[in-house]
Design a protein around this ligand. Structure first.
Ligand SMILES: C[S@@+](CC[C@H](N)C(=O)[O-])C[C@H]1O[C@@H](n2cnc3c(N)ncnc32)[C@H](O)[C@@H]1O
Ligand code: SF4
Length: 309
C-alpha cells in the first residue's frame, strides 16, 4: 500500500510529482458571487508587480508538454486572442489604480510564434496600458528555436527585452524524437547565433533529463554541447509525463504503470543524470540558484556589445 504520511512520502524516490509555484490552471474558477477586482487590490501593495502575459501558441505540440498551448492556430484566432489580452490588460491595470511593474515576462507556449506585427502589437499594448518601463526592469521572452529571426529579436531588443529563454531539451536527435519534438540541431545553432547577434544580456537554455533511452553519458553530451554556447543561464528539467500529453497517451497505450502515480522504486536514472549534470555545471563555473536553475558567474558572462549581422 502506498504511504499517505508526509514523512513516509519523503522516503520515496525523489521524482514523484510536479509542484507548481503559481496557481495551477485547475484552480481558476468563477467566484460566486463575483467580486470587483478594484476592491480586492485596494489592500495590496502595487508598487512592485510582475506583469506576465501568456501567449498560448506554438509551431508544434511536443509529446511531453502539458503547458496551456495550441499548435498552429488559425491566424484569426491569434489576432482575436491578442484583442482579448489587450482588453484584459486594460481592465486589470485600470482596476489596479496607481501601480508600477518591476518585472515583465512574455511566456507560453511560444511567444516568438507571433509574427513581427503581432509582437509589435503586444509591446504597444503594454506601453499603452501599464505603468512600466521595460528597458529599466528585468524583461524576458520564451522562444523555441524554429521561431527565432532577426526581425522579431530586433523588435524585442528595441522594446527592452533583456532575457531570451529557449527550449532545447536535448542535442541528441534520437532523444528529441522520443520527446515528439520536430527539432533539428542546425536550427538550434542558427537560433542561438541570431540571439547572440542581438546582444541580449541573458540567454537561458532549457534541457530535459529522464527521456526514455537517455543515459548519464548522453545527458552529459547534451550539457557539453550547451556549454559551447556559454549561456548565461541554464535550466535542467526532470521529465514529467502527464496523463493527457502525447507521451502520456503513448505510455497508457503500452499498458505500463503510468509514471505519474506514486512509485516505491526509482523508474529511471533521473537522479543519477541530475547529479552528473549538476556537478558538470558547477565544475564549469555555474552557480546553482534552485534545483533546476544554474547561472554563469559574472566573469563568464559575455560583454553586451552589438555584433554585426
Ligand atoms: C514554455 S517552454 C519553453 C519555450 C518554447 N515553448 C520551447 O519549447 O522551446 C518551457 C520549458 O518547460 C520544460 N517542460 C515543459 N514540459 C515539461 C515536462 N513535462 N517535463 C519536463 N520539462 C518540461 C521544457 O524544457 C520547456 O523548454
Ligand atoms: S514545449 Fe514549448 S513548443 Fe513544445 S508544446 Fe510546450 S510550449 Fe509549445
Amino acid at each position: 500500500m502506498m504511504p499517505t504520511r508526509l514523512a513516509d512520502l519523503l522516503r520515496l524516490p525523489p521524482y514523484q510529482a510536479y509542484s507548481y509555484s503559481y496557481p495551477h490552471k485547475t484552480s481558476y474558477r468563477p467566484l460566486a458571487p463575483a467580486l470587483p477586482i478594484e476592491a480586492l487590490w485596494l489592500g495590496e501593495k502595487r508598487d512592485a508587480l510582475f506583469l506576465y502575459l501568456h501567449i498560448p501558441f506554438c509551431s508544434y505540440r511536443c509529446g511531453f508538454c502539458n503547458l496551456f498551448a495550441l499548435a498552429r492556430p488559425e491566424p484569426a484566432k491569434v489576432d482575436s486572442y491578442l484583442t482579448q489580452m489587450e482588453r484584459q490588460l486594460r481592465a486589470t491595470t485600470k482596476a489596479l489604480g496607481e501601480h508600477r511593474f518591476v518585472r515583465f515576462a512574455l511566456g507560453g507556449g511560444t511567444p516568438s510564434y507571433l509574427d513581427p506585427s503581432q509582437l509589435h502589437r503586444v509591446f504597444e499594448m503594454v506601453a499603452r496600458h501599464a505603468t512600466i518601463d521595460l528597458p529599466a526592469i528585468p524583461a524576458g521572452i520564451e522562444v523555441s528555436p524554429e521561431t527565432v529571426d532577426d526581425d522579431k529579436l530586433r523588435l524585442c531588443r528595441d522594446a527592452g527585452i533583456d532575457r531570451i529563454s529557449m527550449g532545447v531539451q536535448s542535442f541528441s536527435p534520437a532523444e528529441v524524437k522520443t520527446l515528439v519534438r520536430p527539432q533539428q540541431n542546425a536550427v538550434v545553432e542558427q537560433a542561438i547565433a541570431t540571439v547572440r547577434r542581438h546582444a541580449f544580456p541573458t540567454l537561458n537554455l532549457d534541457l530535459i533529463y529522464g527521456i526514455s533511452g537517455q543515459t548519464v553519458e548522453s545527458f552529459l553530451a547534451s550539457i557539453e554541447s550547451v556549454l559551447t554556447y556559454v549561456p548565461e543561464e541554464l535550466y535542467l528539467y526532470p521529465l514529467y509525463v502527464r496523463p493527457l500529453t502525447g507521451l502520456g497517451r503513448i505510455e497508457a497505450k503500452r499498458g505500463g504503470k503510468p509514471s505519474f502515480t506514486l512509485q516505491a522504486e526509482p523508474m529511471d536514472n533521473r537522479l543519477a543524470m541530475y547529479e552528473a549534470g549538476r556537478n558538470r555545471l558547477l565544475a564549469a563555473g555555474y552557480t546553482q540558484v534552485s534545483m533546476r536553475m544554474f547561472r554563469a558567474c559574472a566573469r563568464q558572462r559575455r560583454p553586451c556589445v552589438l555584433l554585426p549581422e
